[in-house]
Design a protein around this ligand. Sequence first.
Ligand SMILES: Nc1nc2c(ncn2[C@@H]2O[C@H](COP(=O)(O)OP(=O)(O)OP(=O)(O)O)[C@@H](O)[C@H]2O)c(=O)[nH]1
Ligand SMILES: [Mg+2]
Length: 245
Amino acid sequence: MNPSVPAPDAGPVSPAADARAAVGWMHTARFLTTAAQLNQLPPVEVPEIAFVGRSNAGKSSCINALTQQKQLAFASKKPGRTQHINLFSLGRQGQTDAVLADLPGYGYAAVSRTDKQRWQRVMVNYLVSRTSLTGIVLLCDPRLGLTGLDEALLEVVRPRVEEGLKFLILLTKADKLTRAEQAKALSIGRLQAGGGEVKMFSALKKQGVDETALLLWQWAHPATDAAAPPAPAEPEEADAPDHGD
Ligand SMILES: Nc1nc2c(ncn2[C@@H]2O[C@H](COP(=O)(O)OP(=O)(O)OP(=O)(O)O)[C@@H](O)[C@H]2O)c(=O)[nH]1
Ligand SMILES: [Mg+2]
């Protein structure tokens, strides 16, 4: 498993101020829609960022922590709580500029084999074919590590990651680990991620919220996050075209 995830581009000019803005942006999240099947998902014209991982990994809690809303996404003591793809819009009212997708977890033992297979098909189709999908956050409880199902998911998305799909592994429930255990989990996670971005996260202690919010903001606003603007795509257009008439 080696998705060769690219590191994020050059950082913003003022990281602290930008992190605050990104956290404010995340707070604008509101429910958009829910779907049991892919064909029920509305087309989305803005970047979509999916939260995926094993059941109980902490996906819904992570979305609640990032958006600073206690119950936006369903979080539960019972694994398998999220059973639909739930979409949340981000951005100011009437100006949605990104969508978050909370996906049902995989690997929950008590789910029937048929349901597991059905869900795995839906998920693979989603990851392979969803055109608005811009980034994936894979959540993983570091006490379990990346499991076979996580690695299968990484294999599925690898071609898209190689084509520029953004990818982040969040090691969740950091509050359950000592500092030394966190450091160890991070090095193991980084090895498994093949150099990809890996962060510790705790929904309980809000650890990792600011930096994750900033990264997701950058994913959704690729033109504005770089320290220097990208070179024009067509150099021969030296004069700015006049759109006025
Ligand atoms: N200690 C601690 N517990 C957490 C944290 N994040 C989530 N949990 C707990 O882990 C359990 C599962 O959290 P969810 O957010 O529902 O997990 P999920 O990945 O959305 O689960 P599914 O919807 O079943 O796929 C709940 O009991 C949460 O309270 C965390 O940062 N720290
Ligand atoms: Mg959930």
